[in-house]
Design a protein around this ligand. Sequence first.
Ligand SMILES: [Zn+2]
Length: 343
Amino acid sequence: MTTRFNVRKKVLGNLKPVRLAANSAEPVSRSRGTEVPPPETIEPIVIDTRMRGESEIMAAHLLPGKRPALIDPGPANTAGNVIKGLREVGIQRLDSIVLTHVHCENAGAAGEIARHFPEATVYVHESVTGYLVNPERLADSARAIWGEDAEKWFGRSVAVETTRLRPLRDGDSVDLGDRRLEAIASPGHTGAHMVFFDRQTGAMVCGDALGLQLPGSRTIRPSTPPSDFCHDEAVASIEKLRGFDPASLHFAHYGESRQSPGETFDRAITAMTAWRTSFLKKSEVTENGEELLRSVNACVEATLEPVPPSVRRRFEVANPTWVNIAGMSGDLDRKQSRLADAA
Ligand SMILES: [Zn+2]
């Protein structure tokens, strides 16, 4: 479905160019060399993917243990950074590559990382395994969200072999050797989104279900992209996650929450509702995409706490407002057409 608002090119013109990261084009040696001992902790460890050449905007999360797992390896073109990061924290063997969802920023590197760690099994929601077997589908989905520059920014994914894929349903778990990692269906950001919960440590790795929180700010920014964002499901999923009573929350963008889990859930819902309210109010009075973008931004700025300019710029690199508006617009269009069908 196309959305009414398409403002991406003009808005992107205002963004500062970003340096591309050293990426997977550089071969990473498997040689053991001076080996770093494996991590002593079982708490999540952040590996900075350096997505789009920026530090601390997209985190891959390592869950150490007898059978280490990597959650959301990041974009295809930064796989080399992640492999290097894993080596630096003492990971020589990876048993599982676990995906919260199949957006290219989170899942693009899965095939490359799987090639590098041939013992690893790849886990993803049962309805989207096809995106990993056929990376063209991942590329199409990336273009649908980010436009024609998607490949330039995130690289080109390679396929995961079918035999290495394990589809996940709500309540399934991933074996970490000394404990299990529970998969929680959490639709909203996208229909096939999953959050992963380690009951032993209480750590919950949330992908994009709660939105983003970047270093330098306590603000949580909702992430509402095309093509199947659903506001009502997103809010219901956040309440579902609260019911697990986690001890800590970990964002794909970026790392551990700066507040208690209870406050983080509250803030995520408040932010998502504020965006939605602003969007609905402004979309009633304009059909012009740029004007809508400006007024939604102004509205959100007025209702949420101030964001330092450096953090604002990084929010726009990780999760541009035009992407969010396109997603909210699609959600609204679907709801309206359901109402029209029912009438
Ligand atoms: Zn996403």
